[in-house]
Design a protein around this ligand. Structure first.
Ligand SMILES: [Zn+2]
Length: 329
């Protein structure tokens, strides 16, 4: 059994990517008997935090939410077959005891069957109903630690509109090479981190690296001569700094070299393009005056690496000064 009893989880429907949610606004902390349960984008609110309470073993549980004065369980509305919540103290076993049935080859994913009625929790658009078994993804639910799944928003398509007007081309990174929704991770942009490619790369060649499944790395931007590539939106977390907290704070830039070891130089053209991009990111994100080592950082501050190489490391103060001059600091 992959989930643990009495821990909080988010429950994501496989077909829609959306989360099991108590409908409505419960800012006063109260939930009422009979309130509708639906599917919604991840909100990080307690209205989407569910615990699975053991009910006599054999995968039988009650799926409960704690709000206000008590515990509310997923329940069956006999009138319209909707999924609702009902206070545990007065809920009937017949309408609350759920058998979790593992879905083969899908980790942490289950069919949720109302044990005594043999009907299954089913997504109907963003509504949740109890209905006969189909085995389709509409009836599959993944039980996730809060904040670890996708956000469930409808824009499954990544917008190809770059964040910076300076960008030559947006080449979306493979979705498994970065983390969506910086805000949902608790991150706020507060710095720009400089990297070098340790290679002479065009923005397309760098994009091809980030598009490769299994690469497990990415950057927001790449700079090569007069071209700027964007690969990950600034609102998402690129995996560049080798440090999760730093990734959550940073907009990251990979800079193409013009030659290799030992100096790993960067051409003047590339450097000047980097200056304009850094100034633009700082201005749009209200980073204020850039200060080397504070809101203008570099890879080796966070990980055991030679990145961004000797040449660029010696140019970081010049980079800061020139970007500040563009922004009037
Ligand atoms: Zn680096």
């Amino acid at each position: 059994m992959a989930y643990e009893f009495n821990h909080y989880y988010e429950i994501q429907n496989v077909a829609t990517g959306k989360y099991v949610n108590v409908l409505g606004n419960h800012e006063d902390g109260t939930v009422k008997n009979g309130e509708t349960v639906n599917l919604f984008n991840r909100t990080n609110n307690p209205d989407q935090r569910w615990a699975l309470e053991n009910f006599g073993g054999n995968g039988n549980v009650r799926i409960v939410l704690q709000r206000g004065e008590g515990w509310y369980a997923l329940n069956y509305n006999t009138r319209n077959t909707n999924c609702i919540v009902w206070h545990l103290n007065t809920a009937d076993d017949t309408d609350t005891v759920i058998t979790t049935v593992e879905v083969e080859n899908r980790p942490n994913t289950y069919y949720l069957m109302l044990r005594d009625r043999s009907i299954y929790l089913t997504a109907v658009g963003t509504a949740l109903k109890w209905s006969a078994y189909t085995g389709e993804e509409e009836q599959m639910f993944t039980i996730l630690k809060p904040g670890t799944g996708s956000d469930g928003s409808d824009s499954g398509e990544v917008s190809n509109v770059p964040d910076s007007k300076l960008v030559t081309k947006f080449i979306p990174a493979y979705e498994g090479n970065y983390t969506k929704d910086r805000k949902a991770q608790g991150g706020t942009i507060s710095e720009i981190t400089i990297h070098h490619c340790a290679s002479i790369l065009t923005i397309d060649a760098l994009g091809a690296l980030w598009q490769r499944e299994g690469r497990k790395g990415s950057s927001h931007y790449g700079v090569s001569e007069t071209s700027i590539g964007q690969y990950v939106h600034e609102n998402d977390v690129a995996w560049t700094n080798g440090n999760w907290e730093a990734n959550c704070r940073a907009v990251t830039i990979e800079t193409s070299n013009s030659a290799g070891a030992p100096d790993w130089p960067v051409s003047d053209t590339t450097f000047n393009t980097l200056v304009t991009l850094v100034a633009d990111i700082a201005r749009r994100n209200s980073l204020g005056k850039l200060v080397k080592g504070e809101n203008l950082t570099w890879h080796s501050m966070y990980a055991a690496t030679a990145c961004p190489g000797p040449y660029l490391s010696n140019k970081l103060q010049e980079l800061v000064d020139k970007a500040n001059a563009i922004n009037g600091f």
